[in-house]
Design a protein. Sequence first.
Length: 165
Amino acid sequence: MRVLLLKDVYKLGRAGDVKRVADGYGRNYLLPQGMAVLATPAALKQVQHIRAQAAASRSALNQEMSGIAQKLAKLVLTFGARAGETGKLYGSITAQNIAEAISQKIGAQIDRRQVDAEPIRSLGEHEVRIRLTMDLVPHVRVIVHREGETPQLPETEEEQVEEAA
């Protein structure tokens, strides 16, 4: 099935693009959600208009989110967790845990679906991507340490953690 995207769709394309997708994906998700229309000759005549509208809304959204992206880029999150002798966690640090910690630290609502990471199951330092928009994807440092121990941070980063709190 060929569709014309009306909105930016993560891992598929930007508004105004014509894409070939699976019939079920188009019929059951993209079309009912209003993210796409069938790529008919009449719809293809509106491609330039759709791209111009999407570019304007995308730039406005990027400007709005750039302040949050700057805060996230400087953010260092620390989690205390129980771990075995080899450094493997008994549980895991999930996208939900990371989203909640970000919401508490900077006050911006981040959905768990915006956190682009697999569950963290080992001690140490990890880089986690936060998808604010298609263009703004800041990285957040996540440090997982043993419960009861203090994490080893350089002095400059400790100040950043305190600022974020």
